[in-house]
Design a protein around this ligand. Structure first.
Ligand SMILES: [Zn+2]
Length: 404
């Protein structure tokens, strides 16, 4: 990256970092089971819930425990279960219609990132009925308190239960955009391991490695705070201690609970301290080839960590100690190597490869341009790279066999 762009990026990031303590970030309150939801609702003097989920989750019967507990406690509810993988403005409009016609006063997002994002957008529309979602695109356009919003993640990965963002796709134009504002942060995150028990091992692995990527990218970036570093280290420790247990024995409640907590703390870390080039490149691959987000991150993570080089060795050493891999007195470069090797070994155990066969040579300039646009100047990455330099990652993933 040329010097002028570098100065521009770093100045932009420093401005954001200075503003950080003055912004109204908050962490959702944690509840450990769907059984605690009636109390939360009653405490807020509410009584009519809209559950937003998707058909797959409904079919698996995952919402049933929640439905029973609401009925038993005299809380009426209705369910919107048509949320699609990239939730659309049509999803939001339909769910909002249900919310209004049933006089609801609570929104419960139940599912992966899509259902939670849809729930946030419905909350924003309920708070501002006269403003379209398109008008809320960008940052700080909601500016109004949402109805009580409760998030119940069914994967331990996205961290969407902690973030201020909702990504919505326009149903007509297919334009995908993010709404970012503090009122979108859910009031409660219900980290109930029982709703994650039916996740297949491959999804447990890739969503868990998404959470790992959130924690690592937040930690090695240049906009960390004492709190986000602490959250990231805790998430990394919990992931290394539990991901294999959850992968090999999906019914291990303790491991599932710890993975949900890891995902939550990783979400808190990256909400304030951002992600980095792993995410920027992964998003471009998701948009172009529909590569699942967690999978793309898992494939890319060691490549990007290696490309950052010596400037992150000290930080990787701290992460490696948290992960239980390296000792305090290990030299930084050795510990960094041990940590990256441990990430590679984790990928291997989960059968995650090093290539993405969909990538074609001709797509690379366009994809790296997207990644550059997303990351620069926003992400406070440890080492700046422009579109030309980011091309190395796509090229590396194209090679049939790679030992990087
Ligand atoms: Zn992610």
């Amino acid at each position: 990256m040329n010097k002028i762009k570098k100065i521009y990026c770093r100045t932009f990031q420093t401005g954001l970092k200075i503003a950080l303590p003055f912004l109204p970030y908050r962490k959702p309150n944690i509840a450990g089971s769907v059984r605690s939801i009636p109390d939360i609702i009653r405490k807020r003097k509410c009584g009519h819930a809209l559950i937003i989920t998707d058909e797959g989750i409904r079919r698996l019967g995952l919402t049933r425990r929640l439905e029973n507990v609401l009925s038993q406690n005299g809380i009426t509810y209705c369910i919107y279960d048509k949320t699609v993988a990239n939730p659309t403005t049509a999803n939001v409009a339909e769910a909002l219609e249900l919310y209004l016609s049933n006089h609801c006063d609570v929104i419960i997002g139940f599912g992966g990132g899509s259902s939670m994002d849809c729930a946030k957008a419905v909350g924003a529309r309920a708070a501002k009925p006269k403003q379209s979602l398109a008008k809320m695109k960008g940052i700080l356009k909601v500016r109004k308190r949402l109805p009580l919003l409760i998030a119940i993640p069914t994967t331990a990965g996205t961290g969407s239960e902690t973030t201020l963002a909702a990504v919505i796709t326009d149903a007509e134009t297919r334009h995908k955009y993010a709404i970012n504002d503090f009122p979108l942060i859910p009031r409660y995150a219900v980290l109930d391991p029982k709703v994650t028990l039916s996740l297949p091992p491959s999804v447990t692995a890739t969503t868990g490695m998404d959470a790992l990527t959130h924690a690592i990218e937040a930690y090695i970036g240049r906009s960390t705070t004492f709190g986000t570093r602490k959250d990231a280290l805790l998430a990394v420790r919990l992931i290394f201690e539990n991901i294999d247990k959850a992968y090999t024995d999906g019914s291990n409640i303790e491991a599932r609970r710890n993975m949900l907590h890891a995902s939550f703390y990783a979400g808190c870390a990256f909400s304030k301290s951002y992600v980095g080039y792993v995410h920027a490149v992964a998003h471009s691959l998701g948009g172009e080839y529909n590569i699942p987000h967690g999978l793309a991150n898992a494939i890319l993570l060691p490549f990007v960590l290696e490309a950052y080089g010596a400037c992150i060795h000290k930080k990787l050493h701290r992460l490696s100690i948290a992960a239980g891999i390296s000792a305090e007195d290990t030299p930084h470069d050795v510990a960094a190597r041990e940590f990256i090797d441990a990430v590679k070994a984790m990928k291997k155990r989960f059968d995650i490869g090093d290539t993405i066969k969909e990538i074609t040579e001709t797509d690379i300039p366009k994809l790296s341009h997207y990644a550059d646009k997303e990351a620069n100047p926003l992400y406070p990455v440890p080492l700046l790279m422009d579109a030309g330099e980011l091309e190395q990652f796509y090229t590396a993933l194209m090679e049939p066999v790679s030992d990087i």
